[in-house]
Every structure is written in structure tokens, then in C-alpha cells.
Write a protein that binds this ligand. Structure first.
Ligand SMILES: Cc1cc2nc3c(=O)[nH]c(=O)nc-3n(C[C@H](O)[C@H](O)[C@H](O)COP(=O)(O)OP(=O)(O)OC[C@H]3O[C@@H](n4cnc5c(N)ncnc54)[C@H](O)[C@@H]3O)c2cc1C
Length: 521
């Protein structure tokens, strides 16, 4: 394999975590591996609600931490929740300084949205539902002006090189449909900020690139993985036949939008005292139950917003218009879709993975902040807080200096994932590892994943996807209880008391998978 040596710090990904870390590392030289043009392909740019932070004088980081712990259903790391919520305010002020045009009140305060399971209106937003796009635009502008940051657009990572427990290189290839032969990039340190895995499911809100590849890549290299079974399903993805499914942000329910079915029944009132503002997993399961019963769940914004949805929530209005829906006069069909991965590469409070010279931030990591269920709008916040922590930690071990620009030339001969295999994998995950799980479905999933891997496993990208899928399904099979977003119809109760986080390597998950495959042979 062609090898390129560099003194640059290699950052995998180009979402919020990657961009923010690259800026915080300046002037240390950085190279970002970005599959798309900056701003595209990342969940960060699609975030609608905003960033959770106790900005109001009457609110507090303690209250934010308490809500985070409660939503996580017994498996949140309290120390991490305190750390992240205490840092939140400073990051909002920093983003403001970096040029994010947060919505402001007449007296200069921040406009705060109310989202489910928050005891306070505490989500800062931009132009209604434009938070992700606007934060990303501000950071991309700064990154483009920062000479220490080199962005390799059109490249993606497929493999980690590990020598004596330490990451020493990373294989990258062209990110287009044909791919290329890999090039081994050996840099000063590696920060993974490659996002979550929602796109491993056929019904998802995540961009197509977000298919658990970076988590799988680290797992294949031997990194410890935490809580992979905890996948959050967003209750109100628009059920309009688009892949990915456009999102109807939770802030709409914060504004008072209600959920009804095709009979016009407001079904959440019978499910939870907070009705539409119940925790996300509760609402997702209720929506899923309505869908399963053929009762077509819908989000009704007519009374509460009327025509104002078009100016206050432009992304939602645009997706409606694209699909011939006028939300001012008709309700929006919705379905529960894979949205956020609480699990990921296990990290400590310094953002360090179990392998040496490897740091992880953002959705690819599992820091312990979210437990079994992420509190709304804590995702962007976690990416910000740990991007900075990782940058500071890496800066402590990589000296300042300069490095020449990297010039990568890719040779033909790549091995892209087979689209049919990817489709089959995604359908397997939605059908058998989705909102409600049971042993029989999870075993079916593990067998199907094993078969797909054996037929199509010559593509590294595909192997990265099947690794993450295996980890999710194996951990879901092992967790014989229902907790947070992980619902087992055959084990409907949670174990008494606080839950335990799961930690496993890919080898552990493969051992479970091969045992299941043997059961049928
Ligand atoms: C529709 C939607 C709405 C959301 N709304 C909110 C919200 O309002 N508030 C909130 O807090 N959270 C929200 N979230 C979650 C939040 O957006 C994410 O958790 C957060 O953006 C993750 O940031 P990240 O930098 O870790 O990953 P991402 O922003 O997803 O970036 C990952 C990057 O890694 C790249 N990548 C992927 N694979 C590879 C590879 N193999 N090699 C190299 N690069 C790779 C991708 O191209 C991308 O650039 C939302 C998510 C979605 C999908």
C-alpha cells in the first residue's frame, strides 16, 4: 500500500466535532478527511432544534444535568453529565463569537426552545430550525480561513493501522462511487469525528454517509465499544417515502403541535402525562405502535402554527412542499426513524479511546453522557464539548510546528460496497433491530448480517458497516431488559435500580454472532 507520512494531526470527518476540533487545534497543522465538500454529508448541518444549554438566569447547569441523567434511564455517567452541562454556556458564547447568528430576544438574550424531557426552555436556536446549517456555515468559514487546516475533500477513511496497541496510521481512499486503492496516511495523532450510524437503518433521518463506518473501523482495529444497543429513534420523521426521511423537529411539539392518527385521535394523552412532550423513546414507541396498527400517525401543526410554520420552520415547510403537503391545512404523516446512536467508541473523560494515540468526539464516541436515551439537543453540545477536550489533550502531546500540504493521488482499483448488500443490511436493521426488539428477530438479524458479510465482505467500507450492525444487534440480544430507547418485547421490564452500561469489543460481538449462527446449523 502507498504510504504518506505527515506531521499533521489526522481528523476523520467534517461535521461539527471535526471542524470545531480543527479550529481549537490551530495553529497545530491538521488534515481533515472529508468525504464530501465541507458542509455536506454531516448530520450536524441537518440539525434543526439547536443546542441545549442553560443560558437563562433562572435555569442552571445542575438542572440540565439532572434532566440528562433522568432521560438516560439509569445509565448516564453523572460526572460526564456535570462536565458537559457546565461547559455548555461557554460554548454557546464561543459559537456566537465565531459568527453563529443565534435567535435573540429584544433585550439581547437568547431565544430558547422547549424540547421534550427538558424541565426548562433551554435549546438555543437559529432562524427557527436552521441551527445546524448556520453553526456549520460559521465554522466552515473560519476553517477555510485557517492556514493550519488542510481539508482533503472527496476522501474517506476505511481502516486503522495499529502497532502494539497504538494507532499509527489510517487507510484513506477516494470517497466517490468507484473508490480507489487505499493510501496509508501516518500522522501525528488521530481524532475520529465520523458521526453515528443511523443510516445503517432503512428508515432514518441521517445523511447517507452516516452508516456507522467510523465506529466499525475502530471496532475492527480492536477499540472498546460502549452501549451500541442504545439507538434513538426520532418519533417524528416525515413518512413521505424519502430516503433519508426529512425531520419534523421536536421544537414543533414544543410549540404545541399535537400527534393524531387517521381517526383524529390525540393518542399521546393516554400514553404519558407529558403527552407529546414525553421522553423521546416513549413518543417513538407510541408512534411505532400506531404505524404497526395501520393507524397512520400524523403531526398536527394547524391550530398552533397555521401559516407561521412556513416562516418559523423553513426546513420542515420545504420538505412538506416538496411532498405536496400544506401543513397549514393538513397534518404531516410521521414515523419513528433511526436518528441518533448513544453508543459508539468508548472514550474516557479526556476523549481517549482504548487504543493509544486515538481520540474520538461527537456521535462516533460513547462518553457516557446519553445513557440509554439522549436528551434532545444534547448531541451537538456533546460534539462541541468533547471536540475541545480532545483538541486540548492532543495539543498536550503534539508539539506546535508547521507541516507541508499533503498531496494524495489515488489509483484505480477500489472496492466500493455493493448497493444491494447495503440495502439488505439496512432493511435487516429496520425490520429486526428497530424500535421494538425480541430475541428471535435479533438472532435473525445476526444471521443475515453474517451472511451478507461473507458474501460481500471484500469491501472495507461494507465490513465497517457490518461490524457496527453486529455490535448493535449482539448487544441488544445480550441486554435482556427494556431500558431507555432499547425496548425488548420479550423482556419488557428494566432490571431494578440503575442499569449498567455495556462494553464489548467486536470479537465479543462476533463470538455471540457465531454462536447464534451455529444454533441453526
Ligand atoms: C436530521 C437531524 C437533526 C438533528 N437535530 C439535532 C438538534 O437539533 N440538536 C442536537 O443536539 N442534535 C441533533 N442531531 C444530532 C446531531 O446532529 C449529531 O449528533 C451531531 O451533528 C454529530 O456531530 P458529529 O460531528 O459527531 O457527526 P456528523 O456531523 O454526522 O459528521 C460526521 C462526519 O464524518 C464523515 N464521515 C463518515 N464516514 C466517514 C469515513 N469513513 N471517513 C471519513 N469521514 C467520514 C461524514 O461525511 C461527516 O462529515 C440531529 C441529527 C439529525 C440527523
Amino acid at each position: 500500500m502507498q504510504t504518506v507520512e505527515t506531521d499533521r494531526i489526522v481528523i476523520v470527518g467534517a461535521g461539527l466535532g471535526a471542524l470545531y476540533a480543527a479550529l481549537k487545534l490551530a495553529p497545530r497543522p491538521v488534515v481533515m478527511i472529508s468525504p464530501e465538500t465541507l458542509g455536506e454529508g454531516a448530520s450536524s448541518a441537518w440539525a434543526q432544534g439547536g443546542v441545549a444549554a442553560a443560558m437563562d438566569a433562572a435555569d442552571s447547569a445542575q438542572s440540565h444535568a439532572a434532566d440528562t441523567v433522568k432521560a438516560g434511564d439509569g445509565t448516564v455517567d453523572h460526572g460526564i453529565a456535570d462536565l458537559v452541562t457546565q461547559e455548555a454556556r461557554a460554548h454557546i458564547l464561543d459559537l456566537t463569537e465565531l459568527g453563529t447568528p443565534f435567535d435573540r430576544t429584544k433585550d439581547g438574550g437568547y431565544v430558547m426552545s422547549r424540547e421534550a424531557a427538558h424541565s426548562f426552555a433551554r435549546v438555543v436556536r437559529v432562524k427557527g430550525d436552521q441551527a445546524g446549517a448556520e453553526i456549520m456555515a460559521a465554522l466552515i468559514d473560519k476553517v477555510r480561513q485557517t492556514p493550519s487546516i488542510q481539508v482533503l475533500e472527496g476522501t474517506m477513511a476505511t481502516e486503522l493501522e495499529v502497532t502494539e496497541g497504538r494507532v499509527t496510521g489510517i487507510a484513506v481512499e477516494a470517497a466517490d462511487d468507484l473508490r480507489s486503492l487505499p493510501v496509508m496516511l501516518r500522522g501525528a495523532a488521530v481524532l475520529l469525528a465520523g458521526g453515528g450510524s443511523g443510516g445503517l437503518y432503512a428508515l432514518t433521518t441521517n445523511p447517507p454517509r452516516i452508516r456507522g463506518q467510523v465506529i466499525g473501523m475502530a471496532a475492527r482495529a480492536g477499540a472498546m465499544i460502549a452501549d451500541p444497543e442504545f439507538v434513538q429513534f426520532h418519533p417524528t420523521a416525515m413518512d413521505v417515502g424519502e430516503d433519508p426521511a426529512p425531520l419534523a423537529t421536536e421544537a414543533l411539539r414544543g410549540e404545541g403541535a399535537i400527534l393524531i392518527n387517521d381517526l383524529g385521535e390525540r393518542f399521546m394523552q393516554a400514553v404519558h402525562p407529558d403527552a407529546e412532550l414525553a421522553p423521546r423513546d416513549v413518543v417513538a414507541r407510541a408512534i411505532f405502535a400506531q404505524s404497526q396498527a395501520g393507524r397512520r400517525p400524523m403531526l398536527d401543526t394547524r391550530d398552533v402554527l397555521g401559516e407561521a410554520i412556513k416562516t418559523q420552520f423553513p426546513s420542515v415547510a420545504e420538505a412538506c412542499a416538496r411532498n405536496g403537503i400544506d401543513p397549514a391545512v393538513e397534518p404531516i404523516p410521521v414515523a419513528a426513524a433511526a436518528h441518533y446512536h448513544m453508543g459508539g467508541i468508548a472514550t474516557d473523560e479526556h476523549g481517549r479511546a482504548s487504543l493509544g494515540n486515538l481520540w474520538v468526539c461527537g456521535e462516533a464516541s460513547s462518553t457516557g453522557l446519553h445513557g440509554a436515551n439522549r436528551l434532545a439537543s444534547n448531541g451537538l453540545l456533546e460534539a462541541l464539548v468533547f471536540a475541545r477536550i480532545c483538541a486540548e489533550e492532543i495539543a498536550a502531546v503534539v508539539p506546535e510546528g508547521t507541516a507541508p500540504l499533503i498531496n494524495l493521488t489515488f489509483e484505480e482499483g477500489g472496492n466500493p460496497p455493493d448497493p444491494m448488500a447495503v440495502r439488505a443490511l439496512r432493511e435487516t436493521m429496520t425490520s429486526h433491530v428497530g424500535v421494538v426488539r425480541d430475541a428471535s428477530g435479533l438472532k435473525t438479524a445476526l444471521r443475515k448480517i453474517a451472511a451478507l458479510e461473507s458474501d460481500y465482505g471484500s469491501s472495507m467500507s461494507f465490513l465497517n458497516m457490518t461490524a457496527t450492525a453486529t455490535l448493535i444487534a449482539a448487544a441488544a440480544l445480550t441486554r435482556k431488559e427494556s431500558r431507555g430507547a432499547h425496548e425488548r418485547s420479550d423482556y419488557p421490564e428494566a432490571f431494578p435500580g440503575d442499569g449498567e452500561r455495556s462494553r464489548l469489543t467486536l470479537n465479543d460481538a462476533l463470538a455471540i454472532r457465531s454462536q447464534i449462527c451455529k444454533e441453526t446449523s
